[in-house]
Design a protein. Structure first.
Length: 417
């Protein structure tokens, strides 16, 4: 395993971190639950093979991820790793909630402390809660009590908001979404480099964009096949992130044992500033094609679930996005039609409704880290998949041509100097 500096902290961290948001699941009484035996096996294998950074959070897997991680870290495994979890900012209604959640999470994790405690999903709105309830002081109090060792935040908003948050406090780390498609959105490459200039460790989430950058189309397959270096699509995406000297950890939400093995091998072959100009050109070509085939920037994080109207929001978005990737459109229409379309059908298909069941309540809007206008997008989904309208008619997209960026400009934009 390759190790890197964790910002200005006095420890080194594995290049690959284990994100515990997408642990393997199985059906129990028709409900998806974590496959504990498989998850524990994967986590311990990862530790045995050098991964020393594990990231979880209060809401993951319907609030059960921390419990399973806690079980996996028994038998001496806790002492081998750095453990990170997050304060659920959307649930904070008063200052005292900080202690309630932290103590609950420590209990679930079966540990006396976490190595880093994060404000979860900070944006302009939730950062105001940090200031209103003086939650940084609560973080510092917990640090003095030995319940947490370092203080950080995860982030979903614009560069300007990110810079304001970075400048507000002497943070130990910041977690951002960054990959070869999202290099100029949210915190952006500029924000990444601004944070590292201050000695703040930067942890990258969604390096493969929720698995999207591992998806193969004929165009992407052709690019990969013709590349002088043989890598999978997922490996290309991870190498891009590890190439940047400011990245301490690339988090991967691994849901299968094979993914753990493959990503460990990728990490073992990673390095800072190791991609040459030809490899960066290949990545730029892939980036252009992925952008062409993206409508809704959903990463299937499941934060929006469950929906009060039982709409399976991520599944609806996934089907629409796949419409641009597949030649078998009838199959996607059939999958959409198989989702529940009425309250009667929901009785046997709980939380698996199609987009037509959305009542525009807006409860999902605060939960989405990608800041997607979910009700509006669901309406479009039904127009395309339910009413069979043309995507170009609904989205006003010109799908047959790419924006007229030159390859050199794109390469310059995503090249890590």
């Amino acid at each position: 395993m390759k190790y890197r500096r964790m910002g200005s902290l006095d420890w080194e961290v594995s290049a690959l971190g284990f994100g515990c948001m997408r642990l393997p699941t199985k059906k129990v009484d028709g409900i998806d639950v974590i496959d504990e035996e498989e998850a524990i096996k994967m986590i311990r294998y990862a530790i045995d093979n050098g991964i020393n950074y594990f990231d979880t959070a209060f809401p993951y897997h319907n609030e059960t991820s921390e419990i399973v991680v806690g079980k996996a870290l028994q038998d001496g495994y806790r002492e081998k790793i750095k453990l990170v979890t997050k304060l659920p900012m959307w649930k904070i209604e008063q200052r005292e909630d900080f202690d309630k959640f932290l103590n609950t999470q420590l209990g679930k994790l079966q540990t006396n402390y976490v190595d880093i405690y994060l404000f979860h999903g900070l944006n302009k709105q939730t950062f105001e809660l940090v200031k209103k309830y003086k939650l940084i002081e609560k973080m510092e109090d917990a640090k003095e009590l030995g319940k947490i060792r370092h203080i950080g935040f995860s982030f979903h908003d614009s560069y300007d908001v990110f810079k304001d948050i970075i400048d507000y406090y002497n943070w130990d780390m910041a977690q951002i979404q960054w990959n070869f498609v999202d290099y100029n959105t949210q915190a952006t490459t500029k924000g990444l480099e601004y944070a590292t200039s201050k000695g703040i460790a930067v942890v990258v989430m969604e390096p493969i964009k929720g698995g999207k950058l591992a998806t193969i189309t004929k165009e992407i397959e052709e690019i990969i096949e013709n590349a002088p270096v043989k890598r999978t699509a997922a490996n290309w995406a991870l190498q891009y992130v590890w190439n940047h000297p400011g990245v301490s950890v690339a988090l991967s939400g691994m849901s299968a044992f094979d993914q753990v093995k493959e990503n460990i091998e990728s990490a073992n072959n990673s390095g800072i500033n190791t991609l040459n100009q030809e490899e960066l050109k290949i990545i730029s070509e892939m980036a252009l094609r992925f952008k062409k085939k993206s409508i809704i920037p959903c990463t299937i994080c499941l934060y929006c679930q469950p929906c009060p109207s039982e709409v399976n929001i991520p599944q609806n978005f996934r089907l629409l996005n796949e419409l641009l990737w597949t030649e078998n459109k009838d199959e996607l229409f059939s999958k959409y039609d198989s989702l529940a379309k009425s309250e009667e059908e929901l009785k046997t298909m709980e939380d698996n409704g199609n987009a037509s069941l959305c009542v525009q309540c807006g409860e999902c809007l605060e939960k989405c880290p990608q800041m997607i206008d979910i009700p509006n997008e669901l309406e479009k989904v039904h127009s395309v998949l339910g009413e069979r309208k043309e995507i170009s008619e609904v989205y006003k997209l010109f799908l047959k041509s790419l924006p007229k960026y030159t390859l050199s400009r794109t390469l310059q934009a995503i090249h890590v100097k």
